[in-house]
Design a protein around this ligand. Structure first.
Ligand SMILES: Nc1nc2c(c(=O)[nH]1)N[C@H]1C(S)=C(S)[C@@H](COP(=O)(O)O)O[C@H]1N2
Ligand SMILES: [Mo]
Length: 534
């Protein structure tokens, strides 16, 4: 029997010769899946050819993030790291292909259902795309139209191919039917390969050269208020394998944002605007911003979603222009109690004007660890405010900085349930030994980092099992804005052990012992490690 497994009805043996034969449900499903794949592939290709903006699929993903990020937050999912994004895109593609199968089957007798389905598909993509601040309307229309046309065309061609196979049955006998079946599968396979190829080509074509070139051409001015040279210097800290370096290299710096497609900002058409409650609204070009960027400081930044012991924290040297200098030029009006950073991708984050101007390090940064900001970390410019979680302060891919009142505006994550104020909480992290590790007995290092920007850390203590708390040796820091490396030596004895650490800030406040998950304003609790000694 040549029937697709699962196909409920056998073909009537007396189908009229040359008449329209029934297409099997299996074949129709295959046709629908392939057609959906081709539609997605063509959409990717058109958007890839058009440049570096979003695609129809990524725009749908962005809609999803913007609409459902709040509920994901309740599930304690972190604020969109790399894995969440891959899962989201895979999910969207899987759903689209599954819907394609449904459309294919529905089109066996009523091909118009498939046509309408693909038009609706494309319309969903187009509406999402037009809503994306980085989308370009004409690209979206062309992508949607061609995507729908390709999907419909593929579906109709494959259904016809399947039907010819069926129609051949009574004319030429069952052997020929098997041959036609093969023809259908070959055709479907070939078209599927073309669709996948189009998708891959489209993704490869998304150009990043504009940003690559602009970064390469940027000459950073020598910082006037150079951060004390402490790039790798750790002072009292010996080399300990597994201990975080004082400065986190750019490639290792955590990345968190809602952008499914990294914004590639062309600086030739870009400027940073200062708007809202200011006397002299103005815009500044990339060149001017770079030429003014003689301020540099090492600042630890953390994501509010970081769990105790987690990796969503890093320490980098940031170079740029103090916010105070730029806001001075803008002339902040009385009552402008909130500074809002707006990104080219629509993201927003706001913090009190008081904090931005209280003398702490708060800057429009254009460089990170001595090189122009990587695209993933906000090229061409981002905000960095020492002591605040990224979600209320560190807007990447800055488009404008707006002065408003505290009550008049809520940033992206505030409207999704996170606390409006986001001071970073005092925290310690144990890097060594790693959790669950097996170590040899003898003198071993227990080491990690601790931070409490802007105050800084005065003390880190370590406890093994229920022993006394031992004060750790601290490394050197450039200021209280950064984390500090710490370590203690431990005489490891055979058996299982529990290690805990706790930090005290420079004002004498011990970090909170009570464990709490990140929502709504950051995790608390003393980090714990369990290890086995041989
Ligand atoms: N445009 C934009 N800026 C953003 C975000 C974002 O989603 N979009 N996320 C913020 C959050 S939640 C954090 S923790 C920091 C992370 O910066 P990084 O990716 O450079 O580490 O960026 C902030 N700036
Ligand atoms: Mo974050």
């Amino acid at each position: 029997d040549e029937r697709e497994p699962g196909s409920p009805e056998p073909r009537p043996p007396d189908a009229p010769a040359g008449g329209p034969a029934e297409v099997g449900r299996g074949e129709a499903s295959v046709a629908g899946v392939v057609a959906a794949g081709v539609a997605l592939g063509v959409g990717e290709l058109v958007c890839g050819i058009a440049g570096s903006g979003p695609s129809l699929v990524s725009a749908v993903g962005t809609q999803f993030i913007d609409r459902y990020a709040a509920s994901l937050k309740d599930l304690a999912v972190s604020l969109f790291g790399t894995n969440d994004k891959v899962a989201l895109v895979v999910g969207i593609v899987a759903i689209a292909l599954a819907l394609g199968a449904v459309l294919g089957r529905a089109s066996i007798r009523r091909p118009w259902v498939g046509v309408v389905g693909f038009v609706a598909f494309a319309a969903l993509g187009l509406f999402s795309y037009l809503d994306d601040p980085l989308g370009d309307a004409s690209t979206g229309v062309v992508a949607a139209v061609l995507s729908a046309a390709a999907g419909i065309g593929t579906l109709l061609v494959l259904l016809r191919l399947a039907r010819l196979g069926g129609g051949a049955t009574s004319e030429n006998g069952p052997t020929d039917r098997a041959g036609s079946r093969r023809t259908f599968l070959l055709g479907a396979g070939a078209i599927a390969v073309l669709g996948a190829g189009a998708a891959m080509l489209g993704r490869r074509l998304r150009t990043t050269d504009v940003v690559d070139r602009a970064r390469a051409d940027t000459v950073l001015p020598p910082p006037a208020s150079a951060a004390p040279a402490l790039s790798g210097g750790t002072g009292a800290i010996p080399d300990i394998v597994g201990l975080s370096p004082y400065i986190t290299p750019n490639d290792d710096f955590y990345r968190i944002d809602t952008a499914l497609v990294v914004p590639q900002v062309d600086v030739t058409g870009w400027s940073l605007g200062f708007t809202g409650m200011v006397d002299n609204p103005f815009t500044i070009t990339y060149q001017e911003l770079v030429s003014m960027s003689d301020f540099e400081d090492v600042v630890t930044m953390q994501c509010v979603s970081n769990e105790v012991g987690g990796n969503l924290v890093g320490n980098a040297s940031w170079q740029g222009v103090p916010l105070a200098t730029l806001l001075d030029r803008a002339g902040v009006q009385q009552g402008a109690t909130q500074i809002v950073g707006r990104s080219v991708d629509g993201f927003t984050a706001g913090f009190p004007t008081e904090i931005g101007l209280d003398g702490r390090t708060a800057l429009v940064a254009i460089a990170m660890n001595g090189e122009p900001l990587p695209a993933t970390h906000g090229f061409p410019a981002r905000l960095i405010v020492a002591g605040l979680y990224g979600y209320v302060s560190a807007t990447k891919w800055l488009d404008s900085i707006e002065l408003t009142t505290w009550d008049d505006f809520d940033g992206y994550w505030i409207t999704r349930g996170w606390s409006k104020e986001g001071p970073i909480k005092t925290a310690a992290r144990i890097d060594v030994p790693s959790s669950g590790s097996l170590v040899d007995p003898g003198i071993r290092a227990i080491a990690g980092v601790a931070w409490s920007p802007t105050a800084g850390i005065s003390k880190v203590e370590v406890q093994v099992d229920d022993g006394t708390w031992t004060e750790a040796t601290l490394g050197e820091v450039t200021s209280g804005n950064t984390w500090v490396q710490w370590y203690v030596e431990w005489e490891a004895t055979s058996g299982g052990h529990r290690i805990r650490a706790r930090a005290t800030d420079a004002d004498g406040n011990l970090q909170t012992e009570q464990p709490h998950s990140p929502p709504p304003d950051g995790a608390t609790g003393w980090p714990t490690r369990t290890v086995r000694v041989r």
